[in-house]
Design a protein around this ligand. Sequence first.
Ligand code: FAD
Ligand code: NAD
Length: 467
Amino acid sequence: MNTLHTQLLIIGGGPGGYVAAIRAGQAGLKTVLVEAQALGGTCLNVGCIPSKALLHAAEQFETATHAAAEGGNALGIRVQSPVLDLAKTMVWKDGIVAKLTGGVAHLVKKQKVEVLAATARIVDGKTVIATAADGSQTKISCDHLLLATGSTPVQIPGLPFGGDILSSTEALALTAVPAHLAVVGGGYIGLELGTAYAKLGAKVTVVEAQDRVLPAYDAELVKPVVKSLARLGITVLTGAKAQGFANGQLTVQLADDATQTVQADKVLVAVGRKTMTEGLNLEALQLTMGPGHSVVVDAQCKTSMTGVYAIGDLTGEPMLAHRAMAQGEVAVDAIAGKKVAFQPQVIPAVCFTDPEVVVVGLSPEQAKAQGIAVKTASFPFAGNGRAMTLEAGLDGFIRVVAREDNHRILGWQAVGTGVSELCSTFAHSIEMNERLEDVAHIIHAHPTLGEVVQEAAHKGLGRALHG
Ligand code: FAD
Ligand code: NAD
């Protein structure tokens, strides 16, 4: 068995682990990164990036399909019936993934990080055995251990992954559009991929256990999404639980205990993700564990065991790539002796449905629940020139939540085409402790969707210009 010693050993090369590795290299720490599958982790290989690529391709195909079906669209564009070559779409998507993961490999190499393509098994807080695909093993000892092993899809009884029952990973690699796709779970993945496949031509049925889709968001915010799902011909069954799948039929138990069957060539199960600890031998460490078998960490991403750090999905909700990256930076800066803390006021969340949904900070209900008196103001996209030129769904809006007493902004919610690109503005305003007056008096370029951000602030002050 090979042996090596390093100052920092990182297990997992997803957005948490690879960002930590880059920072560690910059800090001059001798660093080893062990990755079992592919650099870039879930996000780059089977998550954020491929799903957004598929959504974009689906959007393009749907636009062309509509123009063809209507003998030309309102913009005066006429096309022949478009034909989809999904295998080629997947090659394009895989090309983006390859470029990005290749970029990560280049970046970590530039920082002189040693990458081992191997599965790590913990021996103790300072020792790990990495086993490569050919069975060769390396015993690595380290001064600091950083756990960044991420998460994997949750399975449900009666619907084990395999064959026509897909997790998001397989759903992102289909080479033919299923005629009928059943999606179990109306959360982030179910709605993003359900929307993509509906636009690519599948008849999609979403089966959601709660009484509405995207139950984590407030109902008003989700309304335009629900309308759009109907426009796309997606059937949504709420208060419904999938029980089993046989002979192309998904059995679903409804809220009133009646059962219904849903025709499906493929079933995508997207009911959440769980922390990835399989084969890691995490039990060898004395770690305080939290909800969902997550590793509890403090503001420096330290676990309850000295010298052992954890970041990303392994540390529980919210399981988002940008949180993992931010934690990766903090953990390494802490290891390098800097005074740092992971204490964001907000972590933006975006659901890339059509229209997109953005949530940053407190909703009016959350503020009230905390006993904070707030004023809220919503401004629609309906009167925004840029939204019209983009043919953006005009039933979208931006809502701002601010303290009643001093107008400090506590939260933003938005639904509409392209609102994902506004979430940095939202997060910025809260982290910089801006008030409604600040946003209202900053000049927002015309014509942009950002003008609706400014108008929402104006409206909160009781003096909207265009509404
Ligand atoms: P991961 O990215 O899961 O990386 C962990 C890595 O550790 C993996 O590469 C794994 O192979 C490796 N590993 C695990 N165990 C071992 C071991 N024992 N030895 C060696 N290596 C090991 N988030 C967003 O913010 N925006 C989005 O739009 C978004 N879209 C998503 C779409 C889908 C379909 C999915 C599934 C997820 C999406 N996410 C999105 C979530 C995002 O992918 C995760 O939050 C993010 O990847 C977490 O990063 P991480 O570094 O903690 O873990
Ligand atoms: P999710 O938590 O977003 O949604 C799961 C949905 O499944 C919920 O609405 C839940 O009520 C429902 N559900 C649970 N059990 C069910 C059952 N037995 N039958 C029917 N419905 C059931 O989880 P997800 O969509 O699997 O995504 C996992 C995580 O990945 C997300 O929480 C998020 O952290 C991350 N993600 C983020 C993005 C993004 O940022 N745009 C995109 C995809 C995934």
